[in-house]
Design a protein around this ligand. Sequence first.
Ligand SMILES: [Ca+2]
Length: 157
Amino acid sequence: MRKIPAVLAALAFAGLGAFVPATTAHAAANCSDNYTDARSGYMYAYKHAYCETHIGNSDSWDSDWGNSSGPFQGGDTNEASSILNKGNSYEVQFFNGTGQDWAGGHICLSRDEAYASDLSNDDFHNDNDDDRGEANDAISSHRWVNPDSNNCDRWAT
Ligand SMILES: [Ca+2]
C-alpha cells in the first residue's frame, strides 16, 4: 500500500477491508490519518512505525536533530521510525549524519509517497550490504530539496 497515494489507499482499505488483516489496516490507516491531519507544507517524524508517537514537524530544515536549536532537538536524533511529507513543492531529504554540508548517507521521501510507515524497510543510499532497515533510528538531519534536483539517490517506500 505504500506506493498508493494516501487518498487512494484509504479508498482501497474501505473497499478491501474484509481482505486485509485488521492490524495491517489499522497500522496503515494511522499514517493515512496523520497525513490528512498534517499541516500543509510540513514534514513530520515519528518515534515508532506507522506514524505513532510524534517526534516533531517542520516547514524548514534542521542540520542537527541532536543539538539544542531548530525544530528537532536533543533526543530527537536517531529516533525516527516513520516519516511523512506534506510539502507543497519539495521533497524531504533525510541524512544519517549532521551538518550543512548535507553529505553522507541519505534517503528521500517524496510528496507522492506521502509517508514511509516503517523505516525498518529502508536503508540510506550509501548502504549496499544485505541488511535492511539501517535508516530506522538513524536519521539525524533533514532538508527540503527540489524534485528536479539530482540530490536523491534513494527513496523511502
Ligand atoms: Ca536541531
